[in-house]
Design a protein around this ligand. Sequence first.
Ligand code: FE2
Ligand code: FE2
Ligand code: FE2
Length: 432
Amino acid sequence: MNFDRERIIALIEPVSSLSEVVDLASPSLTSHQEQVAYISMKIAEEMGLSSQEQCQIALAGELHDIGFLSLEDRLKFSEKTFEIQNTYNHETIGYALLRKFKPLEYPATMIRFHHLPWDNGKGASYNNMPVPLGSHILHLADRIAVSIDKRKEILGQVDSIVKQILDHNETLFNPSVVKAFISLSNREYFWLDASSNYCGRIVKEKLEPLNLWLSMKDLLLLAELFAQIIDFRSPFTAHHSSGVAATAGALARLAGFSAVECQLMQVAGYLHDIGKLAVPGDILEKPGDLDDTEKRIMKSHVYYTYRTLQDISGFETINTWASLHHERLDGTGYPFHLTAVDLPLGSRIMAVADVFTAIMEDRPYRKGLESEVALEILDNMRKSALDPHVVSILFSNLEEVNTIRFTAQTMAEDRYLSFRREIDTSDTSTHR
Ligand SMILES: [Fe+2]
Ligand SMILES: [Fe+2]
Ligand SMILES: [Fe+2]
């Protein structure tokens, strides 16, 4: 990663990794979003849309079901602060999550209506809100993707899929989008690609040269957005990653890291639990103790963080700092059981930041611990598990670091509440 340049990473890289880890959570949907990204991109190309438009549509495809992170029933989950009565749809939630990050604002508007039937006012608007053509492309691509049975030979399925789509031409689907699909459907490679595991790779390769590039400032904002996607799955942890990011950033500064390194540490903090997206929601949300199987599944989150971040070029340092936060100096951590010689200072900082944030933050079922109790826990852990030097830095600057953590978590909590308010009051359900 070249930090002197403004363009440090192509947007498609982290987006595609996020898409992959999200789809791991439901085995029946493995690679679904990448498949939809591929099919949408091909239809857009066949329709003669510009490269930039194809790129935006592919980004929307990669993230179109991101709102399922907070499935309707998850959001109906009630806990004392948020009594939820309404039902939600994943299009609205996906839109609400993504729209605030400028480079994803346009894809978010496509996602908002990706199940809108074409014959609903010829698909041009919904409740006076304009519906982009990309929504109709996503809609058709999504239906094609779910019609493909990956366990069976693909070319023998083409006729029945085409027939199904034609049966809904001009009712569910936009006729010009269907026309482009029909001409694509004559080419075997389209189906072989669409039913393969190569979709993500093909989309990435096509988009990289055209794609939006992110500056460090954008990368921080994107990582913060990912933290919301990770944390908003459960009201228990709606602000955890923001607390870890702020604490780790502060500890890095106090340990003498450069300004750029401190920003990278914050990015790593926002992403340290991204592997939790591969853990089923009922385990994440279980208020009581986890049983042995659930504990093992939960522990795998950090393995998935490692594999997810590994795919992003230039993220080597961020990955090392983020993914080793459950490793311990004495080798008792997981999943690699590394020991002191293998654990760089950045990873040790993250481990302390994670423990400190977890014991200080409020959870719905318990208040955060008082500083003295937290100090005692950390003091015990520094004997063999946590880096004694990093813990000393924390102890000597406790008030400052704790204020930074608390402020970041309060802001994250406010963002969570306003997100909940936005989806509580929106009425864009397009299902019929
Ligand atoms: Fe969907
Ligand atoms: Fe979908
Ligand atoms: Fe973790």
